[in-house]
Design a binder for this molecule. Structure first.
Ligand SMILES: [Zn+2]
Length: 116
């Protein structure tokens, strides 16, 4: 259990680093593409499109990590569970806390991310 918590904490750090790095790269590449947009609009559009698609794919991967690392705990009944990818993808969230259906009490509740 202690190892699981440590492992999940390390994966959260990896997730955060990948997310921050991808965001910075996306902003920088789009900013550089904007500089050449007047002279080469087609090239700039292609660069921005590819950057957006790459960033989107990274975000989907990070959402998968968010789903499988640790558990979500219902604030009503304290039940811990691993939600489906779609539940995580389409739920409202504030940071790592998400509003999803609880499989035990069957209520749509805010659920905190817990490491173990
Ligand atoms: Zn519940």
């Amino acid at each position: 259990m202690k190892n699981e918590k440590k492992f999940n904490k390390e994966l959260f750090i990896v997730e955060a680093v990948i997310g921050i790095a991808a965001s910075i790269m996306f902003i920088v590449v789009v900013g550089l593409a904007a500089l050449i947009a007047e002279k080469e609009p087609a090239v700039a559009g292609l660069i921005i499109g590819v950057s957006f698609l790459s960033f989107f794919v990274v975000c989907l991967g990070l959402t998968k990590m968010e789903q499988i690392v640790g558990y979500y705990q219902c604030i009503k009944c304290r039940h811990k569970h691993v939600p489906t990818y779609n539940e995580v993808l389409w739920s409202m969230h504030l940071g790592r806390t998400r509003r999803m259906p609880c499989p035990k009490c069957h209520k749509k509740t805010w659920q905190r991310k817990v490491l173990s």
